[in-house]
Write a protein that binds this ligand. Structure first.
Ligand SMILES: [Cu+2]
Length: 301
């Protein structure tokens, strides 16, 4: 069962196309099997060429044409309203990034769950800061690519209360399959209440902005998962095994070590990680910026 205003049209188009396909699958298979029997060499020893049969040709042009036009009509009738967003639709920015969904409401309040009021048009503005993703809400029968640099959108009106799955349908890297979320349909009063309770957007720590700006987060995760480099989670104050000029030694991660790691990454190479992977940030990151980074890393317990 679909749970949006588009469900009926999409389901109808699907049923018609599926029905026509099923009819031809059964019909063609039956005729094939019958011909095997009927035109077997025993029963039909001499082949016969059929040429210039106008009625036959007209039939096989007109019937398939009518059928594809029928499929086009129902497909288009379902698709057309999807591209016409009502003016009063509630705008929600969807941020699809490796590897999670974030829903941003007016005023910048963010939520990991898409909460929408029932029977109200909602417009999702799709944004990706990294690679191509696709937002798919099967129960609402909507799906659209989330492409960096392109302002894609979709809209719907939820028609049923409940929680529905949200998926990413474009393979976007190792944790693609973790990129899921829920769409929750509630009454308008509940929606307003929920929105007021949603915490105000907190300003991003400066250190994190610097890490993102220099793409450090492409190699260093903030949540403990191992990417190309180590994770920054719990890094500050930790005892680390490093190779200095090929000799293993143990040290405690402090300011000096982090500064060295940024400006001279090959001096102390973390055990188990390749040398030469991280380039020096000399001239790209200032000393003041490194201090901000350190300040931020201290908060990543
Ligand atoms: Cu994705």
């Amino acid at each position: 069962m679909g749970a949006s205003n588009f469900a009926e049209g999409v389901d109808l188009a699907f049923k018609i196309i599926f029905g026509i396909s099923l009819f031809f699958l059964a019909g063609i298979t039956t005729v094939m099997v019958y011909f095997l029997y009927r035109y077997n060499r025993k029963r039909h020893p001499v082949a016969e060429q059929v040429k210039e049969n106008n009625w036959l040709e007209i039939t096989w042009i007109v019937i398939p044409l009518a059928l594809v036009l029928l499929m086009f009509y129902y497909g288009y009738a379902a698709f057309h309203p999807m591209r016409n967003v009502p003016k009063d639709a509630i705008p929600i920015k969807v941020i699809g990034k490796m590897w999670s969904w974030t829903f941003e409401y007016a005023g910048g309040k963010q939520s990991p769950t898409l909460v929408v009021p029932i029977n109200k048009p909602v417009r999702l503005n799709l944004y990706s800061p990294d690679v191509i993703h696709a937002l798919y809400i099967p129960a609402f029968r909507v799906k659209e690519d989330v492409v960096p640099g392109k302002n894609n959108y979709l809209w719907f009106e939820a028609t049923q209360f409940g929680e529905f799955d949200i998926l990413c349908t474009v393979f976007c890297g190792v944790r693609h399959s973790y990129m899921e979320a829920k769409a929750k349909v509630v009454t308008e009063a509940e929606f307003k209440n929920w929105l007021t309770k949603l915490p105000e957007p907190s300003a991003e720590p400066e250190g994190l902005t610097i890490l993102k700006k220099n793409a450090c987060t492409g190699c260093h995760s903030l949540d403990g998962s191992k990417l190309v480099g180590t994770s920054f989670k719990g890094l500050y104050g930790k005892t680390e095994k490093v190779l200095t000029e090929g000799k293993e030694r143990t040290l405690t991660v402090d300011d000096a070590y982090i500064i060295r790691s940024v400006f001279d990454p090959d001096r102390d190479v973390v055990a188990g990680f390749p040398k030469g992977m991280m380039q020096t940030y000399k001239g790209k990151v200032t000393d003041a910026e490194v201090s901000k980074i350190i300040e931020y890393l201290k908060t990543l317990k």
